[in-house]
Write a protein that binds this ligand. Structure first.
Ligand code: PGA
Length: 251
């Protein structure tokens, strides 16, 4: 029923080396992804991945960008520079950046806007902690995170990119959300978008992230509002990432 094309993104986080990346890229080139794929390496390896993915149809993403325009911001990287380096996508507001690097909802919203202004496609991440879920606050936490972004970017603009639901308790833990838990949140996100713009809500790709593996990808991706995934640990092995890209619904 859905016309949304599946999107699967690899978030390498702070992993990789020139040698390991070259091996990964060689394996990827041997068996191009079965769906739209984005590979997000650390900044210093962007150039290597841009050239390694040339001709495969896959896109390169960054894991972050600065929320300011170019200038005197030591250590930061502007969206325009990422575009200049051949990057098309960028992860914004990953929970590790929110929790460990102090990114507030407002900073995340500013980064999403900067990314769009620079011509990048943002993958804006939202997600609740275990404590918030246990307290029954999942829906309100996600709604507030999304609302902050919607204050600055319309759903129609955001639909150039994607939104990723990543429950913090599922990231890197081996305990994925169940397909139904993920679907419930995805449906709520789409409903929130639809209150602003039904057409954009229908077009927006909503990715699930958090311990997605080749063994659980198919049942997650079979949910009506799950349009792909943001893959951390399993994306470090090219064969696993490719298997997730190729995951098919049962039957
Ligand atoms: P994971 O990470 O697949 O290792 O759980 C997902 C993410 O943090 O994007």
């Amino acid at each position: 029923m859905t016309l949304r094309a599946r999107l699967v993104a690899a978030n390498w986080k702070m992993n990789g080396s020139r040698v390991d990346n070259a091996r990964w890229l060689e394996a990827f080139r041997a068996q191009p992804a079965a769906c739209e794929a984005v590979v997000c390496p650390p900044y210093v390896y962007v150039e290597q991945v841009v050239s390694g993915l040339a001709g495969t149809g896959a896109f390169v993403g960054a894991q972050d960008l600065c929320d300011r325009a170019a200038g005197a911001w030591t250590g930061e990287v502007a969206g325009e520079m990422l575009r200049d380096a051949g990057v098309q996508w960028v992860i914004v507001g990953h929970s590790e950046r929110r929790a460990a690097f102090g990114e507030t909802d407002e900073i995340v919203a500013a980064k999403a806007e900067r990314a769009l202004d620079a011509g990048l496609r943002p993958i804006v991440c939202v997600g609740e902690t275990l404590e918030q879920r246990s307290a029954g606050r999942t829906a309100s936490v996600i709604a507030a995170q999304l609302d902050a972004v919607l204050q600055r970017c319309t759903p129609a603009r955001l639909a150039a990119g994607a939104l990723a639901y990543e429950p913090v308790w599922a990231i890197g833990t081996g305990h994925s959300a169940t397909p139904q838990q993920a679907q419930d949140v995805h449906a709520a996100i789409r409903a929130q978008l639809a209150r602003h713009d039904p057409a954009a809500a229908g077009a927006m790709r909503l990715l699930y992230g958090g311990s997605v593996k080749p063994g659980n990808a198919a049942e997650l991706f079979a949910q009506p509002d799950i349009d792909g995934g943001l893959i951390g640990g399993a994306s470090l092995v090219a064969a696993e990432f490719l298997a997730i890209c190729a995951a098919r619904a049962h039957g």
